[in-house]
Design a protein around this ligand. Structure first.
Ligand code: 5GP
Ligand code: ZN
Length: 138
């Protein structure tokens, strides 16, 4: 048995408020929610992140999120929701079992998740070029 806390939740060794399960994925309440009703969707198999996971499992996760997010919003009286996956330490990933955050949003919750910054003159194209180069679509 590995040391992964989400694998432990999957086998019942650590308790969790599970709100949804199917043969590929489960969803449970995040213990430290960014907003009330914050849920995590995880695959039943252990993959560390979006790079590691096979495409078909990632597809199943987003389908689960699509299915449960509007129900969560209705259930908790929210006004919208964010879906997010942190990949790597710099992005805030703490648990290395792939998980999709489904976070209900309330009109006056004051949460600022995606505060935009700016580019210097010419910089947006420079970054566009860098990325296009690696994506081989030039
Ligand atoms: P990350 O920062 O890796 O994207 O998110 C990990 C999430 O897992 C955090 O939001 C954190 O609150 C949640 N979490 C960590 N440990 C536990 C736990 O033992 N039980 C539950 N339900 N959530 C956890
Ligand atoms: Zn795991």
């Amino acid at each position: 048995m590995n040391d992964c806390i989400f694998c432990k939740i999957l086998v019942g060794d650590i308790p969790a408020e599970i709100v949804y399960e199917d043969k590929d994925a489960i969803a449970f309440m995040d213990i430290s929610p960014v907003t009330k009703g914050h849920v995590l969707v995880i695959p039943r198999e252990h993959y560390k992140d979006v790079i590691d996971v096979p495409e078909e499992i990632l597809q199943k996760m987003i389908v689960v999120a699509k299915k449960i997010a509007p129900k969560i919003v209705e259930a908790v009286g929210a006004d919208g929701f964010n879906i997010g996956i942190n990949n790597g330490k710099a992005a805030g990933q703490v648990v290395y079992h792939l998980h999709m955050h489904v976070m209900p949003r309330y009109e006056y919750d004051n949460l600022k998740m995606w505060e935009g910054d700016g580019y210097q003159e010419g910089e947006i194209k420079e970054y566009g070029d860098k990325i296009r180069n690696y994506l081989d679509i030039n």
